[in-house]
Design a protein around this ligand. Structure first.
Ligand code: TXA
Ligand code: MG
Length: 331
């Protein structure tokens, strides 16, 4: 299949691109679109046949449930069976935005979306293109990140094309995504809110609104796997082998290494005299770092390096999302 590239530019051509994307989605087809986090691969959430195409195109196992994207609270309430005061407070504080809430599902949500779970993940994205698209579709849109299973998440239309070109109907190109890592996933279906995936909203910000949140570290590994089947240990996997090292380890290992094509993602500048295939210096600040992380991994993968050495990240909570993504890319 030929994948249409629909560029969202200012003016009528941009309007037409969104209208075309919406009409493809309404016809049950697959369209990748930008959100504020990463590009999503969308299909009508309430149409089992459309949702099945997502799994086919990604090569994603069917036990891994999808996030349902909605225009706002009103639409969210239609896909859940219980909208709690906690959900209301969180949506009030963080929607539209990069927070996904897991709640008991409504009967209209097909098992294909939730992988048979009694809960559904839902979020209202804030990206203006995603919002215009959802408004024009007029129905909830299921969308995982728009990459092949186990590949690096896309933050540009070109990343999507590299992974899914020829396998999906269209890509709505709205430029690079502003946040760069996926949404925070919070499970509200149990007695205590449980953080299933750290992301663009930090746990500190969440706790200001909801009080104490249970963290995955506090839960048995198998327990987390059960509540969030998609949270596999190795999830964001470039072709190259990824190692996370302190700056000192990194510098001494690279100085000792002979041969082998190594790319580095660091916050520090390249030490003088050290030769590597590529040294990508990202911002030493969590938001800027997250924005550029996947693009850096894509660039090193495209360059064909065999190993990617990453300078370890600080332990503070604003770095949780980026640290989590790197730990899943490694080993
Ligand atoms: O930022 C994002 O969240 C992006 C954009 C496109 O919105 N989407 C995204 O989707 O990252 P995906 O499919 O790559 O990750 C969805 C995560 C998975 O870890 C999955 O297991 C979890 O959400 N999830 C979905 N439904 C769930 C449910 N009912 N219970 C527990 N976890 C769920
Ligand atoms: Mg993903």
């Amino acid at each position: 299949m030929e994948t249409e590239i629909l560029e969202v530019v200012a003016g009528r051509k941009g309007e037409k691109a969104i209208a075309r994307a919406a009409s493809l989605l309404r016809a049950g087809r697959l369209v990748a679109f930008p959100t504020e986090t990463v590009y999503g691969l969308g299909a009508l959430a309430l149409e089992p046949a459309a949702v099945s195409r997502i799994f086919e195109a990604k090569g994603r196992p069917s036990f891994n449930p999808l996030i349902v994207h909605v225009a706002g609270v009103e639409e969210a309430r239609k896909v859940v069976s219980e909208w709690s005061p906690l959900a209301e407070a969180l949506a009030e504080a963080f929607w539209p935005g990069p927070l996904t809430l897991v709640l008991p599902k409504a009967a209209i949500v097909p098992d294909e979306v939730t992988a048979g779970l009694p809960s559904v993940a839902v979020r209202a994205p804030s990206h203006p293109v995603a919002r215009r698209l959802l408004a024009e579709v007029g129905a909830p849109v299921a969308a995982p990140s728009a990459n092949r299973y186990m590949a690096i998440s896309p933050t540009t239309a070109r990343h999507v094309e590299k992974s899914l070109g020829g396998r999906i109907d269209a890509i709505l190109d709205g430029g690079a995504t502003p946040l760069g890592i996926e949404s925070t996933v919070l499970d509200l279906s149990g007695s205590l809110p449980l953080l299933l995936r750290p992301g663009a909203v930090s746990i500190d910000e969440l706790e200001k609104v909801v009080g104490t949140i249970a963290r995955p570290e506090a839960t048995a590994e198998e327990g987390v796997a059960r509540v969030s089947p998609g949270l596999s240990r190795r999830h964001y996997a470039p072709d190259a082998q990824v190692e996370i090292l302190s700056f000192d380890e990194l510098a001494s290992r690279l100085a000792a290494a002979r041969g082998g094509r190594v790319g580095v993602i660091a916050r520090s500048p390249r030490p003088a005299g050290l030769e590597v295939e590529a040294w990508l210096q990202l911002p030493d600040e969590a938001t800027g770092y997250a924005r550029q992380l996947y693009a850096a991994l894509h660039a090193l993968e495209d360059a064909g390096v065999e190993r990617i050495a990453v300078e370890a990240l600080p332990e503070s909570s604003e770095w949780d999302g980026a640290r989590d993504r790197l730990s899943r890319a490694g080993g």
